[in-house]
Design a protein around this ligand. Structure first.
Ligand code: FAD
Length: 365
């Protein structure tokens, strides 16, 4: 895994960032290394690995390219795992197997213009129409949308009922009536194929994933795993920042000696390493909780919060250690500094994670 990350993914990271192109070739290569369908049972063509192995793999890939890591995590955690969890066997045959083999990329369309942190505020509607539903609405920031073969689309089946009236649908991305807007020109994790989707589509009952009106619970279930993966992604970015800072501290000379001889630089490196190590413990704990507990949302939120903030601080300190060499457009640290910021935003902001953590503590105290 580390060799694949170092030799295949890392050399592409700068070009993916610069062009903003979705890295289709790297994703295919990743599939060949069992990085899609990582936790999906072998009966459904997955690799059948546990969540700790998956988290370690995502960290290794993110150390090379944050974009590739998050793209993999969306297909794995948010799409394939949800189909494995509640999909009917016909849906698993049609979508899970190709997703797990890496022949198809998946997308997860929950966010809307007025449904960000308040994800239950779904304005996209799915109205009964003949034998199925007509889905109308707009989804925003749909990662992987540029290349995805299938999206899980969330829509309100009982308007006004918020999370009690949302249904999940499996929607092929070539369905007539899907209009994809131009890819988002984002600060970091460029090349993620994020698009907005305007939807006016007909879907059949066979495309309902899980039960009608249960979709919001399913989205929250998927995000438990997704947040562990984002924690791992953040750790990979933070570790890459630490790697850069260590190498520069040893090689850059000022006042006739390596800057790593100065306590000011040593303390920054010590803090980066310690905070990342602490966050890694929480991430591995959350991954183990996902393997062994029915509910692991509390652990996942703690891991995502700690890892994204530790990685943000690590990228900031790496910038300070490298100073002008890091601030230069095109430097690795400059890319990491931009990439890491999204980990505190997507799959729930840091404020949303704190809300979940506090609600858990206060409801059980
Ligand atoms: C690169 C990228 C990729 C993404 N990929 C996907 C994807 O694949 N699928 C998908 O569905 N979505 C995706 N998103 C959307 C992402 O999940 C949302 O951006 C995120 O949930 C935050 O929503 P928002 O941006 O609308 O912010 P808002 O919800 O508008 O929040 C704005 C600010 O208010 C704070 N806030 C909001 N409510 C509260 C509250 N009650 N208490 C305290 N503070 C609060 C927030 O924490 C934040 O600081 C992606 C976003 C990005 C940037």
């Amino acid at each position: 895994m580390e060799q694949f990350a170092r030799e295949i993914v890392a050399p592409r990271a700068a070009a993916i960032d610069k062009s903003g192109e979705f890295p289709t070739d790297v994703m295919h290569a990743a599939a060949g290394h069992g990085l899609l369908g990582v936790t999906i049972p072998k009966t459904w063509d997955g690799a059948g690995r546990d969540y700790v192995s998956y988290a370690l793999a995502i960290e290794a890939i993110a150390r090379a390219s944050a974009t590739v890591a998050v793209s993999l995590s969306v297909t794995n955690s948010l799409v394939a795992e949800l189909i494995a969890h509640v999909g009917r066997d016909t849906q698993r045959e049609r979508w899970l197997k190709p997703l797990a083999r890496g022949e198809a990329i998946g997308a997860f369309a929950l966010s809307e213009p007025d449904a960000g942190t308040d994800a239950a505020n779904q304005k996209t509607t799915a109205v009964r129409d003949g034998d199925g539903y007509r889905i109308r609405g707009r989804k925003v920031w749909v990662a992987n949308a540029e290349e995805a073969a299938v999206a899980i689309v969330f829509a309100s089946t009982r308007p006004g009922q918020r999370g009690q009236g949302v249904t999940a649908f499996l929607v092929p991305m070539n369905t007539p009536g899907i209009t994809r807007t131009a890819r988002a020109d984002s600060l970091g994790v460029r090349g993620l194929g994020c698009m907005d989707l305007d939807l006016d589509i007909a879907v059949s009952d066979d495309q309902v994933l899980g039960r009608v009106d249960q979709g919001f619970r399913l989205a929250m279930w998927a995000l438990q795993g997704g947040r562990v993966a984002i924690a791992a992604q953040a750790l990979g970015i933070g570790q890459a920042a630490l790697d850069e800072a260590i190498a520069y501290a040893k090689s850059r000379q000022q006042f006739g000696q390596p800057i790593g001889n100065y306590e000011a630089i040593q303390w920054m490196i010590a803090d980066m390493a310690t905070e990342l190590a602490a966050a890694r413990m929480l991430t591995l704990k959350a991954a183990a909780a996902k393997d062994y507990q029915d509910k692991s949302g509390f652990e996942a939120s703690m891991a995502k919060l700690a890892a994204s903030e530790a990685a943000h601080k690590a990228a900031d300190k790496a910038m300070q250690v490298l100073a002008s060499a890091g601030y230069r457009r095109g430097s690795v640290v400059e890319r990491l500094f931009r990439d890491v910021r999204a980990t505190e935003i997507y799959q729930g902001t840091s404020e949303a994670q704190r809300m979940i953590i506090a609600a858990n503590i206060l409801s059980t105290a």
